[in-house]
Ligand binder design. Structure first.
Ligand code: ATP
Length: 700
């Protein structure tokens, strides 16, 4: 006999296997045929009393595979259960059920033999396989729950919670398996399940089997007439996916089947046994027959509800399940009728077609989490649209962010790459607004430049000359301003170049204020007005000198222009403010000038003190020189220690230096102030000029 069963192409039909258990003396009437898929059972005519057709002595049954008595538990698992377990991990329900007469090896096959590790049955091997597969898929989260149900006389009992009756599979508390911190096995409700472990699941199997053996429930006395369903509820989810694959994997050890067949037998002992007929197996047979008829004649009704067991296995039989049956027989001479009966039952089962599909569903928890995230995103978007920020920036942070956005916009604006993009970070509405404003300013600036360039291109010579004159004027102003700034910061002497006096005449600034500063490099620039009656035509007030073209517009009459300006000025709204700015500038300038004088005076004193000290030092060195000709380097001299006077001079020098630094710092600050005020006044002046021009135009 061959030891290996053969696999066939996967079909939707329930696959059937036959396993022969070792017996003391195997009957020669049971033969596995050469293809290892068929078994031949010969029944002597005289042995078939009433149940076997006398005319038929030889039965040949076809299976998907036949395991001889020497087949190992491992081989049986590999070929019978492993494909079903693998499918269960992919979300396909699976059932492996053992069917056979009492003592034919169902429990040995499903649960295993006691004592030897290699005799582990399908359940522990399936559990190991599930957890081994999970370990190989670190990207998958696997939840495994176990239930263990025993059905006797159509009542269900929870083997993991002895004494608890279960009316359906749903009545069973789903037991989540895990290890606590100490490594002890704990059971917990589904909702709170942590990671399951193989060892914990096997402990549950052991717990159930023990309960089955020691329980005082009625079925304990009749274990061969009860059914046991060990179920792994598997839920697996791949990382990053919101769908969950769910499956139930039933491993079923049915009650002994022999009594059904003997129920019709004659004889008192058999009749007595008949009262123990396991009705559920009878109903199972009815379901199988109905399914068989449905497959052949289209009969619709299948009486699943007749028994709890058929109801429990509804999906496994003709439903959404990959189902395998393993028929067990003891191939001894006295069991031939049982064996034939088991094989005939298997043949009918093989005709049942199941609809197998993957059970994939959205995980409600993940859907909720996804929706929450969506709500959070929408809220953030709404905040953005409303210009709200999570945490308001400090003014400095806000300024930095705006500056960064301006830089990004400038870079984007000048980037000629068409693929260039503009990033506004962080993406907040105020920053978007700042970006748009900046873009608009850049666009306007570019537009006006282009317009100017365009008009310049088509302009007459006169217009060009006019523009050139304007440019020259502006350049002159710039130069002048540069000179003033340079003087102000003390880098070089006041320029010889004349600057515009308040009344429009040119005069040398140094000459106008010739003797105030010993060190002209520290002299602050003079503001463009100095008060008094000349103010009326001072910087920003008299357009005549600044805008000669205006003078041309009024027929070159200086007097008339002067009068017109006076008239304009009297009604000019910004006059008071400008006067105040100018007064402020004048006073700041005076303060700066006074500070500059102090700095220069201090500098002078420092120089004097230094010179005095040097003299003292040389005098001290002279007596030691003797006949030695003085070296040009005073460092070569032997110098006497400093006397009282010299120490006093040095102290004075240090004090003066401190004073100098202090005044210099004040002066620098004041210079900044003057500069700013100059800008203000200059801007006001330009405004007055343009307003005056407009005023003149309007009056034409
Ligand atoms: N393949 C096998 N190899 C070795 N021993 C086996 C094998 N099959 C069954 N046995 C042994 O045969 C005896 C009966 O087997 P088992 O209890 O599994 O039968 P069963 O069909 O479950 O009976 P019941 O219907 O009464 O529960 C046990 O002692 C078991 O260890």
């Amino acid at each position: 006999m061959a030891e290996q069963a053969h696999e066939e192409d996967d079909t939707q039909n329930i696959r059937i296997y036959l396993r022969l258990r070792p017996v003391a003396r195997q009957s020669q009437l049971v033969q596995v045929l050469d293809d290892d898929r068929r078994v031949e059972i010969t029944v002597a005519k005289d042995a078939a009393t009433g149940i076997v057709n006398n005319q038929q002595e030889r039965f040949i049954f076809q299976f998907n595979g036949v395991f001889v008595d020497s087949a190992t538990q491992d081989q049986v698992f590999e070929q019978v259960a492993q494909p079903v377990v693998a499918s269960a991990l992919e979300g396909i329900n699976g059932t492996v059920f053992a069917y056979g007469a009492t003592g034919s090896g169902k429990t040995f096959t499903v649960t295993g033999g006691v004592g030897r590790y290699v005799d582990r049955g399908l359940i522990p091997r399936a559990v190991s396989h599930v957890f081994a597969a999970a370990a190989e898929r670190p990207d998958c989260t696997l939840d495994v729950h176990v239930s263990y149900l025993e059905i006797y006389n159509d009542a269900g009992y929870d083997l993991l919670d002895p004494g608890r009756e279960a009316k359906s599979m749903e009545d069973l508390p789903r037991v989540s398996v895990y290890e606590d911190e100490t490594g002890a096995t704990r059971l917990r409700n589904l909702a709170l399940h942590p990671a399951a472990t193989e060892e914990a699941a096997l402990n549950l199997l052991f717990l159930g089997d023990t309960n089955r053996a020691i329980s005082e429930t009625p079925m304990n006395m009749a274990s061969s007439r009860s059914h046991c369903i060990f179920t792994l509820h598997i839920a697996s989810r791949q990382a990053g996916r919101s769908t969950v694959l769910r499956s139930k994997l039933h491993l079923v050890d049915l009650a002994g089947s022999e009594r059904i067949k003997r129920s019709g037998m004659e004889g008192a002992p058999l009749l007595r046994e008949a009262k123990h007929i396991n009705l559920s197996l009878h109903f199972l047979e009815q379901v199988i027959v109905a399914l068989q008829e449905r497959a052949t004649s289209g009969r619709a009704h299948v009486p699943y509800r007749n028994s709890m067991m058929t109801l429990m296995l509804r999906d496994s039989l003709g439903g959404n399940c990959r189902t395998v049956m393993i028929a067990t027989v003891a191939p001894s001479g006295d069991q031939l009728l049982e064996s034939v009966s088991t094989c005939r039952f298997a043949q009918r089962v093989a005709m049942i077609a199941n609809e197998v599909r993957v059970n994939e569903e959205e995980d409600p928890a993940l859907v909720i989490a996804g929706l929450r995230q969506e709500v959070a995103d929408l809220k953030a978007e709404l905040q953005l649209a409303q210009g709200e920020e999570q945490e308001p920036d400090t003014p400095r942070e806000a300024a930095w962010k705006v500056a960064a956005v301006h830089a990004s916009v400038d870079a984007f604006f000048h980037n000629t790459d068409p693929a260039a993009t503009l990033e506004v970070q962080p993406p907040r509405m105020p920053l978007f607004r700042a970006a748009f404003v900046r873009l608009k300013a850049l666009a306007r600036w570019t537009g006006s430049s282009a317009a100017a360039a365009g008009s310049f291109g088509g302009a007459s010579n006169e217009a060009v000359e006019k523009l050139r004159a304007q440019i020259a004027g502006l350049q002159q102003q710039l130069k002048q301003r540069d000179a003033e700034v340079a003087v102000l910061v003390g880098m070089r002497p006041a320029p010889d170049s004349a600057v515009l006096a308040p009344n429009g005449s040119r005069h040398n600034r140094a000459a106008a204020d010739p003797s105030q500063l010993a060190h002209p490099q520290t002299r602050p620039s003079e503001p463009r007005q100095n008060g008094g009656s000349q103010d009326t035509g001072s910087a920003g007030q008299h357009p005549r000198k600044e805008k000669p073209e205006v003078r041309r517009d009024v027929s070159g009459d200086d007097e008339a222009l002067q009068r017109a300006f006076e008239e304009f000025r009297r009604g000019y709204a910004g006059q008071a403010a400008m006067q105040s700015d100018k007064a402020l500038l004048a006073s700041s300038y005076s303060e700066a000038k006074a500070l500059a004088e102090q700095v220069n005076g201090s500098k002078r004193r420092i120089d004097e003190l230094k010179a005095a000290l040097e003299r003292t030092r040389v005098q001290r060195a002279l007596p030691n020189l003797g006949q030695v000709i003085m070296s040009s380097s005073s460092a070569d001299m032997a110098i006497a220690p400093p006397d009282e006077e010299e120490r006093a001079d040095r102290l004075l020098l240090d004090q003066e230096k401190a004073m100098y630094r202090n005044k210099y710092a004040q002066l620098a600050k004041k210079k900044e102030e003057v500069e700013k005020l100059q800008e203000v006044v200059m801007a006001a002046r330009q405004r007055v000029q343009s307003d005056f021009q407009q005023w003149m135009q309007d009056g034409k």
